[in-house]
Design a protein around this ligand. Structure first.
Ligand SMILES: [Ca+2]
Ligand SMILES: [Ca+2]
Length: 219
C-alpha cells in the first residue's frame, strides 16, 4: 500500500509539472543603454531591446527606473512611443500543437498620463487578439506603479509563434508592460490520476476504519 501511495504521488507530480517556454528577454532587462530615464525607439528597431522588434507607427519608449519603477528588474516598456506602438517576438519551435498555454505579463499605465482608461492588444499567431486595459488614477506614481498581471490563454496551432503587444489609439502616453512569460496550462491532473487518487483515499479510509479498534485497545 505504501508503494502504491508513492506511485500515486509521483504520477500526480508528473501531471502537475508545467513546462516553461523560453521568451527571450521577457523582462526587457537586456538591451541598449538608456539615457535620461527613457529612449524613444523607432518602429523596425530589432537591436535596442534584445529579442524584440519595435512596432509602429509610433515606436515604443524603453524606460528604466530613473523615470519609473519596473515590475521586474529595472526596465519596462511603454507601448505607445509617439503614437500607436508595440513589440513583437518570434518564439521558434517551442510549442506543442494542441497544447494549451498561458502567457502572463505585468502591466500598468504611464504615471504621467492624464487619469483615465488606457488599452492595448495582445496576440499570438493563430489565437485571437485580446484587449486589456488599465484605469490610471492619481494613485499611480513613478514609485508606486501598481502593476497588475494579465493572463492570456491560447492553444498552440503551430510550433513557432509570434507574440505581439500593440497599444490602442494614438496617445503618446499609455500602457506599460514588463515581465512576459509563457508556461503550459493544464496543470490539473489527468482524469486517470484523479481516479487513482480517489481510489487511494478509499483504500486508506478502509484501512483506517479497520485499524481503529486495534488502536483503541492499545491506547
Ligand atoms: Ca523588467
Ligand atoms: Ca510614449
Amino acid at each position: 500500500m505504501r508503494g502504491f501511495g508513492l506511485i500515486l504521488i509521483a504520477s500526480l507530480a508528473m501531471a502537475s509539472s508545467a513546462h516553461a517556454i523560453t521568451v527571450t528577454n521577457g523582462s526587457f532587462e537586456e538591451g541598449a543603454a538608456i539615457t535620461g530615464g527613457f529612449d524613444l525607439l523607432a518602429p523596425g528597431n530589432t537591436t535596442a531591446i534584445t529579442g524584440w522588434t519595435v512596432l509602429g507607427p509610433g515606436g515604443v519608449d524603453y524606460v528604466d527606473n530613473n523615470l519609473w519603477a519596473a515590475s521586474n528588474g529595472s526596465r519596462s516598456v511603454e507601448l505607445p512611443g509617439i503614437g500607436t506602438g508595440g513589440l513583437s517576438q518570434v518564439v521558434t519551435n517551442q510549442f506543442v500543437i494542441g497544447q494549451k498555454y498561458v502567457m502572463r505579463f505585468d502591466y500598468t499605465a504611464n504615471p504621467f498620463a492624464q487619469d483615465g482608461n488606457y488599452g492595448a492588444t495582445v496576440s499570438v499567431t493563430g489565437a485571437g487578439p485580446v484587449v486589456f486595459d488599465y484605469e490610471k488614477t492619481a494613485a499611480n506614481t513613478p514609485g508606486a506603479m501598481n502593476y497588475l498581471t494579465f493572463a492570456y490563454n491560447f492553444t498552440a496551432t503551430s510550433e513557432t509563434k509570434t507574440i505581439e503587444f500593440l497599444s490602442n489609439g494614438s496617445n503618446f502616453l499609455g500602457i506599460v508592460i514588463d515581465n512576459v512569460s509563457i508556461t503550459e496550462a493544464g496543470v490539473v491532473p489527468e482524469p486517470a490520476s484523479w481516479a487513482m487518487l480517489l481510489a487511494g483515499f478509499g483504500l486508506t479510509g478502509a484501512m483506517m476504519r479497520r485499524r481503529r479498534p486495534v488502536q483503541a485497545v492499545l491506547s
